[in-house]
Design a protein around this ligand. Structure first.
Ligand code: HEC
Length: 111
């Protein structure tokens, strides 16, 4: 009898905890897909970031110059250089809402 109650409580607790907070999910997406180039803080001081030539996302000017629509397109479709070489891959497995959340996250890097 006691076991059943404990089990029921566990199920209820999991149901409440399972849908992760949106903020946590964005962070996870950033860490999994973006951080290797752009760095945890958006400065891009990573090996891959320096090789790819990423810009410092904490710069106020970079932030103002970058419009949300452009950022969205870049994340969704990726970025190629003039010769068609891929600089940033299109985001895989991210919904439009995930991308919008990532742009908001990028905005928090502004210093
Ligand atoms: C392979 C390295 C790499 C990865 C991984 C990467 N980026 Fe980039 N990102 C770049 C480069 C290179 C640029 C272009 C820098 C430049 O010349 O402005 C860039 C530019 C951007 C820009 C600016 C776009 C513009 O039009 O100026 C945004 C926003 C951005 N990245 C977000 C992201 C997000 C979000 C992710 C994860 C989903 C991500 N990046 C993953 C390399 C990367």
């Amino acid at each position: 009898m006691k076991k059943t109650i404990v089990l029921a409580l566990a199920v209820v607790a999991t149901a409440f905890l399972a849908p992760k907070a949106i903020g946590a999910e964005v962070k996870e997406n950033w860490e999994k897909t973006c951080q290797k180039c752009h760095g945890p803080d958006g400065k891009g001081k990573t090996k891959m970031g320096e090789k790819a030539g990423v810009k410092d996302m904490t710069e106020a000017k970079w932030q103002t110059d970058l419009k949300d629509e452009k950022a969205f397109k870049a994340i969704k479709e990726g970025i190629k250089d003039d010769e068609g070489k891929i600089k940033m891959k299109p985001a895989e497995g991210l919904s439009d809402d995930d991308i919008k959340a990532l742009i908001k996250h990028v905005r928090t890097f502004k210093s």
